[in-house]
Design a protein around this ligand. Structure first.
Ligand SMILES: Cc1cc2nc3c(=O)[nH]c(=O)nc-3n(C[C@H](O)[C@H](O)[C@H](O)COP(=O)(O)OP(=O)(O)OC[C@H]3O[C@@H](n4cnc5c(N)ncnc54)[C@H](O)[C@@H]3O)c2cc1C
Length: 235
Protein backbone atom coordinates (compact mmCIF):
# COMPACT_ATOMS: atom_id res chain seq x y z
CA UNK A 1 0.00 0.00 0.00
CA UNK A 2 1.15 3.52 -0.70
CA UNK A 3 1.51 5.42 2.56
CA UNK A 4 0.52 9.06 2.67
CA UNK A 5 3.35 11.59 2.61
CA UNK A 6 4.46 12.65 6.06
CA UNK A 7 4.30 16.44 6.40
CA UNK A 8 4.90 18.67 9.41
CA UNK A 9 4.86 22.44 9.57
CA UNK A 10 8.02 23.04 11.59
CA UNK A 11 8.31 26.84 11.40
CA UNK A 12 6.53 29.88 10.06
CA UNK A 13 6.62 33.67 10.16
CA UNK A 14 5.37 34.63 13.62
CA UNK A 15 1.84 36.08 13.58
CA UNK A 16 1.60 35.90 9.77
CA UNK A 17 -1.74 37.70 9.47
CA UNK A 18 -0.35 40.66 11.41
CA UNK A 19 2.69 40.79 9.12
CA UNK A 20 0.42 40.79 6.05
CA UNK A 21 -1.69 43.55 7.58
CA UNK A 22 1.43 45.61 8.31
CA UNK A 23 2.83 45.09 4.79
CA UNK A 24 -0.44 46.34 3.34
CA UNK A 25 -0.74 49.31 5.71
CA UNK A 26 2.80 50.42 4.85
CA UNK A 27 1.63 50.67 1.24
CA UNK A 28 -1.62 52.46 1.85
CA UNK A 29 -1.13 54.55 5.02
CA UNK A 30 1.17 57.37 6.19
CA UNK A 31 0.91 56.31 9.87
CA UNK A 32 3.88 55.45 12.09
CA UNK A 33 4.78 51.80 12.72
CA UNK A 34 3.45 51.72 16.30
CA UNK A 35 0.14 53.25 15.28
CA UNK A 36 -0.30 50.71 12.47
CA UNK A 37 0.53 47.80 14.77
CA UNK A 38 -1.72 49.11 17.54
CA UNK A 39 -4.73 49.32 15.23
CA UNK A 40 -4.29 45.68 14.12
CA UNK A 41 -6.84 43.06 15.15
CA UNK A 42 -7.15 39.53 13.68
CA UNK A 43 -10.60 40.47 12.33
CA UNK A 44 -9.13 43.49 10.50
CA UNK A 45 -6.24 41.31 9.26
CA UNK A 46 -8.67 38.79 7.81
CA UNK A 47 -10.68 41.41 5.96
CA UNK A 48 -7.45 42.96 4.70
CA UNK A 49 -6.09 39.62 3.48
CA UNK A 50 -9.30 38.92 1.56
CA UNK A 51 -9.16 42.39 -0.02
CA UNK A 52 -5.56 42.25 -1.20
CA UNK A 53 -5.96 38.66 -2.42
CA UNK A 54 -8.96 39.61 -4.52
CA UNK A 55 -7.24 42.73 -5.87
CA UNK A 56 -4.18 40.72 -7.03
CA UNK A 57 -1.74 42.62 -4.78
CA UNK A 58 -0.06 39.29 -4.04
CA UNK A 59 3.49 40.57 -3.44
CA UNK A 60 2.28 41.28 0.11
CA UNK A 61 1.96 37.52 0.64
CA UNK A 62 5.72 37.16 0.14
CA UNK A 63 6.38 38.52 3.64
CA UNK A 64 5.02 35.30 5.17
CA UNK A 65 6.77 31.98 4.85
CA UNK A 66 6.29 28.41 6.01
CA UNK A 67 8.83 25.63 6.58
CA UNK A 68 7.68 22.04 6.04
CA UNK A 69 9.40 18.80 6.98
CA UNK A 70 8.40 16.38 4.22
CA UNK A 71 9.07 12.66 4.28
CA UNK A 72 7.78 9.40 2.73
CA UNK A 73 7.60 10.88 -0.76
CA UNK A 74 9.25 9.31 -3.79
CA UNK A 75 12.11 10.89 -5.72
CA UNK A 76 9.58 11.16 -8.58
CA UNK A 77 7.48 13.41 -6.39
CA UNK A 78 10.43 15.39 -5.00
CA UNK A 79 11.62 16.03 -8.56
CA UNK A 80 8.23 17.54 -9.39
CA UNK A 81 8.32 19.48 -6.11
CA UNK A 82 11.70 21.14 -6.65
CA UNK A 83 10.57 22.43 -10.05
CA UNK A 84 8.80 25.04 -7.93
CA UNK A 85 11.78 27.41 -7.96
CA UNK A 86 10.42 30.08 -5.65
CA UNK A 87 11.14 28.04 -2.53
CA UNK A 88 14.16 26.72 -0.61
CA UNK A 89 14.98 23.04 -0.22
CA UNK A 90 17.36 20.84 1.76
CA UNK A 91 17.09 17.21 0.67
CA UNK A 92 18.60 14.03 2.08
CA UNK A 93 21.76 13.41 0.08
CA UNK A 94 22.36 10.18 -1.81
CA UNK A 95 26.06 11.04 -1.84
CA UNK A 96 26.33 10.86 1.94
CA UNK A 97 23.41 8.78 3.21
CA UNK A 98 23.33 5.03 2.65
CA UNK A 99 20.09 4.13 0.84
CA UNK A 100 20.48 0.37 1.30
CA UNK A 101 17.35 0.11 3.42
CA UNK A 102 15.31 2.71 1.56
CA UNK A 103 11.56 2.33 1.35
CA UNK A 104 9.76 2.85 -1.91
CA UNK A 105 6.42 4.16 -3.07
CA UNK A 106 3.98 1.90 -4.89
CA UNK A 107 1.84 4.22 -7.01
CA UNK A 108 -1.90 3.73 -6.65
CA UNK A 109 -2.52 2.40 -10.20
CA UNK A 110 -0.06 -0.49 -9.57
CA UNK A 111 -1.83 -1.77 -6.48
CA UNK A 112 -4.08 -4.73 -7.06
CA UNK A 113 -3.62 -4.78 -10.86
CA UNK A 114 -2.42 -7.90 -12.68
CA UNK A 115 0.53 -7.99 -15.05
CA UNK A 116 0.07 -11.56 -16.25
CA UNK A 117 -3.23 -13.37 -16.61
CA UNK A 118 -3.83 -17.13 -16.23
CA UNK A 119 -2.53 -19.74 -13.79
CA UNK A 120 0.88 -18.12 -13.32
CA UNK A 121 -0.54 -14.66 -12.73
CA UNK A 122 1.24 -12.50 -10.20
CA UNK A 123 0.09 -9.22 -8.92
CA UNK A 124 1.85 -6.31 -10.50
CA UNK A 125 2.59 -4.96 -7.05
CA UNK A 126 4.50 -8.15 -6.21
CA UNK A 127 6.65 -7.92 -9.34
CA UNK A 128 7.18 -4.24 -8.65
CA UNK A 129 8.41 -5.09 -5.14
CA UNK A 130 10.78 -7.78 -6.45
CA UNK A 131 12.28 -5.25 -8.82
CA UNK A 132 12.94 -2.84 -5.95
CA UNK A 133 14.26 -5.63 -3.76
CA UNK A 134 16.74 -6.56 -6.51
CA UNK A 135 17.83 -2.96 -7.08
CA UNK A 136 18.39 -2.37 -3.36
CA UNK A 137 20.22 -5.69 -3.06
CA UNK A 138 22.58 -4.67 -5.88
CA UNK A 139 23.03 -1.21 -4.34
CA UNK A 140 24.06 -2.77 -1.01
CA UNK A 141 26.45 -5.13 -2.78
CA UNK A 142 28.09 -2.26 -4.71
CA UNK A 143 28.58 -0.21 -1.52
CA UNK A 144 29.85 -3.27 0.33
CA UNK A 145 32.39 -3.84 -2.46
CA UNK A 146 33.73 -0.32 -2.10
CA UNK A 147 31.76 1.60 -4.71
CA UNK A 148 31.01 5.08 -3.37
CA UNK A 149 27.40 5.84 -2.47
CA UNK A 150 27.34 8.64 -5.03
CA UNK A 151 28.14 6.11 -7.77
CA UNK A 152 26.10 3.19 -6.41
CA UNK A 153 22.98 5.38 -6.37
CA UNK A 154 22.73 5.19 -10.17
CA UNK A 155 21.09 1.79 -9.72
CA UNK A 156 18.31 3.17 -7.50
CA UNK A 157 14.84 3.45 -9.04
CA UNK A 158 12.94 6.74 -8.85
CA UNK A 159 10.24 5.43 -6.54
CA UNK A 160 12.45 5.20 -3.44
CA UNK A 161 11.52 7.62 -0.72
CA UNK A 162 13.27 10.80 0.30
CA UNK A 163 13.11 13.43 3.01
CA UNK A 164 13.43 17.17 2.70
CA UNK A 165 12.87 20.50 4.35
CA UNK A 166 11.05 23.10 2.26
CA UNK A 167 10.58 26.78 2.98
CA UNK A 168 8.13 28.64 0.79
CA UNK A 169 6.47 32.04 0.98
CA UNK A 170 2.70 32.33 0.86
CA UNK A 171 2.60 33.79 -2.65
CA UNK A 172 4.59 30.89 -4.04
CA UNK A 173 2.54 28.45 -1.97
CA UNK A 174 -0.65 29.82 -3.56
CA UNK A 175 0.90 29.13 -6.98
CA UNK A 176 2.03 25.65 -5.88
CA UNK A 177 -1.43 24.74 -4.53
CA UNK A 178 -3.13 26.12 -7.64
CA UNK A 179 -1.14 23.68 -9.78
CA UNK A 180 -0.77 20.67 -7.49
CA UNK A 181 -4.22 20.48 -5.88
CA UNK A 182 -5.59 20.21 -9.41
CA UNK A 183 -7.19 16.85 -10.20
CA UNK A 184 -4.91 16.70 -13.25
CA UNK A 185 -1.76 16.73 -11.07
CA UNK A 186 -0.28 13.34 -10.28
CA UNK A 187 -1.81 11.60 -7.27
CA UNK A 188 1.31 11.56 -5.08
CA UNK A 189 2.11 15.28 -5.36
CA UNK A 190 -1.61 16.04 -4.97
CA UNK A 191 -1.59 14.06 -1.73
CA UNK A 192 1.49 16.02 -0.66
CA UNK A 193 -0.16 19.35 -1.50
CA UNK A 194 -3.25 18.33 0.46
CA UNK A 195 -1.15 17.33 3.48
CA UNK A 196 0.70 20.69 3.35
CA UNK A 197 -2.59 22.52 3.06
CA UNK A 198 -4.00 20.62 6.06
CA UNK A 199 -1.00 21.75 8.16
CA UNK A 200 -1.61 25.40 7.30
CA UNK A 201 -5.37 25.26 7.65
CA UNK A 202 -5.03 23.57 11.02
CA UNK A 203 -2.87 26.41 12.41
CA UNK A 204 -4.04 29.31 10.24
CA UNK A 205 -7.58 28.70 8.94
CA UNK A 206 -7.72 32.31 7.69
CA UNK A 207 -5.40 31.31 4.81
CA UNK A 208 -7.56 28.37 3.68
CA UNK A 209 -9.38 30.32 0.97
CA UNK A 210 -6.07 31.16 -0.78
CA UNK A 211 -4.96 27.52 -1.06
CA UNK A 212 -7.10 25.99 -3.79
CA UNK A 213 -6.72 24.50 -7.26
CA UNK A 214 -6.55 27.21 -9.93
CA UNK A 215 -10.04 26.45 -11.25
CA UNK A 216 -11.58 27.45 -7.92
CA UNK A 217 -9.92 30.88 -8.07
CA UNK A 218 -10.63 31.38 -11.77
CA UNK A 219 -14.14 29.94 -11.98
CA UNK A 220 -13.09 27.91 -15.06
CA UNK A 221 -10.63 25.14 -15.90
CA UNK A 222 -7.35 26.32 -17.47
CA UNK A 223 -6.14 22.74 -18.18
CA UNK A 224 -6.12 21.33 -21.68
CA UNK A 225 -7.77 18.12 -20.48
CA UNK A 226 -10.30 19.11 -17.89
CA UNK A 227 -11.42 16.80 -15.06
CA UNK A 228 -14.88 18.25 -15.61
CA UNK A 229 -15.21 19.96 -12.23
CA UNK A 230 -15.35 23.37 -13.91
CA UNK A 231 -16.18 24.26 -17.52
CA UNK A 232 -13.36 25.40 -19.79
CA UNK A 233 -13.08 29.15 -20.30
CA UNK A 234 -14.70 29.12 -23.73
CA UNK A 235 -17.50 26.65 -22.87
C1 LIG B 1 0.10 19.05 -14.37
C2 LIG B 1 1.53 19.45 -14.59
C3 LIG B 1 2.25 18.88 -15.62
C4 LIG B 1 3.59 19.24 -15.84
N1 LIG B 1 4.29 18.66 -16.86
C5 LIG B 1 5.56 19.03 -17.09
C6 LIG B 1 6.32 18.46 -18.16
O1 LIG B 1 5.83 17.63 -18.90
N2 LIG B 1 7.60 18.85 -18.33
C7 LIG B 1 8.19 19.81 -17.55
O2 LIG B 1 9.35 20.16 -17.75
N3 LIG B 1 7.50 20.35 -16.50
C8 LIG B 1 6.23 19.99 -16.27
N4 LIG B 1 5.54 20.54 -15.22
C9 LIG B 1 6.25 21.47 -14.33
C10 LIG B 1 5.87 22.93 -14.66
O3 LIG B 1 6.26 23.28 -15.97
C11 LIG B 1 6.55 23.89 -13.67
O4 LIG B 1 7.95 23.78 -13.79
C12 LIG B 1 6.18 23.61 -12.24
O5 LIG B 1 4.80 23.39 -12.10
C13 LIG B 1 6.58 24.80 -11.37
O6 LIG B 1 5.67 25.83 -11.58
P1 LIG B 1 6.11 27.35 -11.61
O7 LIG B 1 7.15 27.61 -12.63
O8 LIG B 1 4.85 28.17 -11.71
O9 LIG B 1 6.71 27.53 -10.11
P2 LIG B 1 7.96 28.37 -9.65
O10 LIG B 1 9.20 27.89 -10.25
O11 LIG B 1 7.89 28.34 -8.14
O12 LIG B 1 7.69 29.80 -10.19
C14 LIG B 1 6.60 30.58 -9.65
C15 LIG B 1 6.26 31.68 -10.63
O13 LIG B 1 7.37 32.57 -10.72
C16 LIG B 1 7.51 33.02 -12.05
N5 LIG B 1 8.83 32.57 -12.54
C17 LIG B 1 9.67 31.69 -11.94
N6 LIG B 1 10.79 31.56 -12.64
C18 LIG B 1 10.66 32.35 -13.72
C19 LIG B 1 11.47 32.64 -14.84
N7 LIG B 1 12.66 32.06 -15.03
N8 LIG B 1 11.02 33.50 -15.76
C20 LIG B 1 9.80 34.11 -15.62
N9 LIG B 1 8.96 33.88 -14.59
C21 LIG B 1 9.39 33.02 -13.65
C22 LIG B 1 6.37 32.42 -12.86
O14 LIG B 1 5.29 33.32 -12.85
C23 LIG B 1 6.02 31.18 -12.07
O15 LIG B 1 4.67 30.76 -12.25
C24 LIG B 1 4.21 20.20 -15.00
C25 LIG B 1 3.47 20.77 -13.96
C26 LIG B 1 2.15 20.41 -13.75
C27 LIG B 1 1.38 21.05 -12.61
Amino acid sequence: MREAPLVELVAHTPDPLRVIYLAGRVCYSDKELKEMLDEYTPAKGKIFLEKIFKSGHHSILEHVSFTFYISRISRVCSHQLVRHRIASYSQRSQRYVNEGNAEFVVPTPVEGKYLLQGPISQSLEEIYSWYYWGALQLYRKLVQDGVSKEDARYILPQGITTTLLMTINLRSLVNFMGLRLCNRAQQEIRDLANAMKDCIVNDFPEFAFTLKPRCEHLGYCPEENSCGKYPKKDE
